[in-house]
Design a protein around this ligand. Structure first.
Ligand code: NAP
Length: 243
């Protein structure tokens, strides 16, 4: 297992929910952390301060990761303030709950840009420095929606399934360069996103309860520490989808 001491992790959408817990768990495992967020500045700053209190370096950087110029600025600021990223967690995402017949072209484009284009932009932005140093960990947070269709909408399911194809491509092409690319596919983790979706019923979950953010973040830390797992999807879903 690789030691994360001194590694620099960028976690997108780290102000709340799953991303927040992954960022703190990576810091507890020894990494310096960039807490990226879009709007909730106070929450991002409070997480940065919790990580600083552990004794590691941390910065909170506002950027909409669906925007190429903002992604370029995020990576520029990261490199200036902490150094080039070693670990990228593509966690930022949105769920726009809509049924067939309600979804307009704008909805489709918005969800795909927020959830999938962001993952591509961030991956391309961190790769040059990872390839130069021949070490990198890229961890994508998709969803059970990629596998079952889920309970948000076809745009959300497609955006998450796209992350799987992207991860397979990058994993194969980067395997000889010390860079692993994996995906965590969660289901029904107790966060703000889940609370906003009335269709997200625990009845879907064989283990009979919602998941906790720590049950996702522990897998993210494992993937960051392990150099022999690549191109995989790890399902953290209470048994909803069994592979
Ligand atoms: P959440 O509680 O709604 O938090 C979303 C986070 O993403 C927030 O920190 C938000 O920032 C950030 N964000 C959203 N769009 C962004 C953008 N364009 N640029 C930068 N940051 C952005 O969601 P969550 O439940 O933790 O979900 C995290 C990820 O897991 C998502 O990709 C989601 O699709 C996936 N997922 C969640 C579940 C679940 O059951 N919760 C299940 C499957 C998959 P602000 O705070 O600044 O708004």
């Amino acid at each position: 297992m690789d030691n994360l001491n001194g590694k620099i992790a960028v976690v997108t959408g780290a102000s709340r929910g799953i991303g927040r817990d992954i960022a703190f768990a990576l810091a507890q495992a020894g990494a310096d952390v960039v807490v990226n967020y879009r709007a909730t500045t106070e929450a991002a700053h409070s997480l940065r301060d919790r990580i600083l209190a552990l004794g590691w370096r941390a910065v909170a950087i506002q950027a909409d990761v669906s925007s190429a110029p903002q992604v370029a600025d995020l990576i520029h600021q990261t490199t200036e303030q902490l150094g080039p990223p070693d670990i990228l967690v593509n966690n930022a995402g949105i769920a726009r709950v809509q049924r067939p017949g309600e979804i307009q072209e704008d909805d489709w484009d918005y969800v795909l840009n927020q959830n999938l284009k962001s993952c591509f932009l961030m991956t391309e932005a961190v790769l040059p420095a990872m390839r130069q140093r021949r070490w990198g960990r890229i961890i994508n947070i998709s969803s059970v929606a990629a596998q079952t269709g889920g309970v948000v909408g076809p745009h959300y399911a497609a955006s998450k399934a796209g992350m799987h194809g992207m991860a397979h491509y990058y994993a194969r092409h980067l395997a000889t360069e010390g860079i692993t690319v994996n995906t965590i596919a969660p289901a029904l983790i107790a966060t703000d996103m889940l609370a906003a979706n009335p269709s997200a019923s625990v009845a879907h979950i064989p283990v009979g309860r919602l998941g906790d953010v720590s049950e996702v973040s522990s897998v993210a830390v494992l993937l960051a520490q392990n150099g022999y797992i690549t191109g995989q999807t790890i399902n953290v879903n209470g048994g909803w989808y069994m592979s």
